[in-house]
Design a protein. Sequence first.
Length: 363
Amino acid sequence: MSDTSINLDELRQRIDQLDSDILNLISERASCAQQVAHVKLAEDKDAVFYRPEREAQVLRRIMALNKGPLDSEEMARLFREIMSACLALEQPVKVAYLGPEGTFTQQAALKHFGESAVSLPMAAIDEVFREVEAGAVHYGVVPVENSTEGVVNHTLDTFMDSSIKICGEVVLRIHHHLLVSETTRRDKVSRIYSHPQSFAQCRKWLDAHYPHAERVPVSSNAEAAKLVKTEWHSAAIAGDMAAKLYGLEHIAEKIEDSPDNSTRFLIIGNQDVPMAGEDKTSIVVAMRNQPGTLHALLEPFHRHQIDLTRLETRPSRTGVWNYVFFIDFKGHRDEPEVAAVLEEVQLRAADLRVLGSYPIGVL
């Protein structure tokens, strides 16, 4: 027993020493970040402090160097928070997201930028775009597709009327919970609030467990959680962030029908992003309405062995039964092979716009 006690004491002393070393190193890194800010401002008073490609390179390097026992993603999350806090010393990053507070979009914003970012809720997707365009915030976060319910059309449509660029992406694993307030009579739940997409993602579970409850669609899951606070016979479908924000309790956890339910969010901004090494490019293409249009559009990608990751079609604003194509593919616009494909597509298309080249999501 004494040997165990001695070993524990030694281990605790070792941990205390390591904590002191970690603290000193983080402080040294923060001081270095402040020096970076001084150098950048001396060279350019409008310097950009947050560099998506640099962050992606750092996180991938950390994951490659990690030898455990913490897994690489957990280690990368720790470093993202350190980077977020250091960046806040240089210049706090202001991020607009589709609100209200407590939504999955806010969760995605904090996952990407870290807890030190200043996150500002907006009432609609086009408001997020406008805040970024006006320079009121540095970046915006908007949902673009869900693994079970498909594309968010409003986001794609807003790109057609905007000069905003895509600067990054983040994929968030979506877990839905059935939540109630402390005053809710759990055996008397007759009404459930949630966003329409969440209802769709939990349809089978609701049919099996609450087939007779009224399903009331609202603008967001956070709004659903807020409404439940004042009603004794209602429940809400929402995530952990909304539950914590409004002090709600879980009746059931992870009620989504698909165990792989995930949503992809785009980071939008005003600047082009240099190559990070593992990149993705998004374009929107308007094609002439004639036979063989789709083949003509896709053939250069096949010939140059460019990997398409997504293809969506939306009605064009220029004519009835005309369409535009939103395409995501691996590679950066500055790579020779990608540049060659874009040049060919430009010649075949009625219009081509590169929405952005950006690092593939690390976390």
